[in-house]
Design a protein around this ligand. Structure first.
Ligand code: G3P
Ligand code: CA
Length: 260
């Protein structure tokens, strides 16, 4: 595998701008993604949902209230309706930014070296969006981005679906403490399960990541992403542990610590 390719053997810790860099710019906005690319982030991390008319849109929550001028569920609005809204900044003030589509983000990324950490979300009732995996893959393909993307989800069924549809596309699971408690599982078991599924990535909440876990993920051939690490001492610790991808709302600070 060439240096920097997607895989467990990537050299050094890679840097992912979480939601484009949510402590710096309006989250999941094209403005944030453009700035993260200019900063030299290795990955853009972002979240996708389906609009009422089945378009893949980039937004974190299943509802509009927190980050846009709209209200209600993303899945209750057509793309045309979503495009009339504006994103809010961190201060809650309205910006000029629109809710991007996956097509917008893939188009922005395609001419650059940046890679995508694409998280498939569920709807406001916790249900999987029918067909979202096929739609996302088709959009990535139309921009030649499928080979530069890691698709990830908290739902194992979504990981399985990507594996079935396109075994060559990198896919991985996400876990946090609460899920593990609900599933009566452990990090070790999740790593093993993902390895058996043929996944190439595991994204863990920082509370779950120890030097031992880093070793286990490496042994299983999984690239380990740790989220969401925003304070410098923690960033330093995870870089020293040798995590594969540092996922942060502060890509500027991480870049400095990585000596770039
Ligand atoms: O990168 C994984 C992380 O983004 C999962 O949590 O809530 O920020 O989507 P969330
Ligand atoms: Ca996410």
């Amino acid at each position: 595998m060439s240096a920097g390719a997607i895989g467990a053997r990537a050299v050094g810790t890679l840097l992912a701008a979480h939601r484009g860099g949510a402590q710096l710019w309006p989250e999941n906005s094209l403005f944030a993604f453009r700035n993260a690319i200019a900063l030299g982030a290795d990955f853009l991390e972002f979240d996708v949902h389906l609009s009422r008319d089945g378009q893949v849109v980039v937004i974190h929550d299943p509802t509009l209230g927190r980050t846009t001028t709209g209200t209600g569920a993303v899945s209750d609005r057509t793309l045309a309706e979503l495009r009339t809204l504006r994103l809010k900044g961190r201060d809650g003030k309205t910006t000029e930014e629109l809710v991007p589509t996956l097509d917008d983000v893939a188009q922005l990324a395609a001419p650059t070296p940046v890679r995508l950490l694409l998280e498939i979300k569920v709807d406001a009732r916790g249900g999987r969006y029918p067909g979202i995996e096929e739609k996302a893959l088709a959009i990535l393909d139309s921009h030649g981005m499928a080979g530069r993307t890691i698709v990830m989800a908290f739902q194992e069924e979504t990981v399985r679906r990507i594996r079935t549809l396109r075994p060559e596309v990198s896919v991985g699971g996400l876990d946090e403490k609460r899920d593990l408690a609900e599933m009566r599982s452990t990090v070790e078991r999740e790593i093993d399960g993902l390895r058996k599924l043929g996944a190439r990535f595991i994204g863990l909440h920082q509370e779950l990541v120890t030097a031992d876990v880093v070793r286990q993920a490496q042994q299983a051939g999984l690239l380990l992403g740790v989220w969401t690490v925003n304070d410098a001492p923690a960033m330093k610790r995870f870089i020293e542990m040798g995590v594969g991808i540092l996922i942060t709302d502060r890509p500027d600070a991480a870049k400095e610590l990585l000596g770039r």
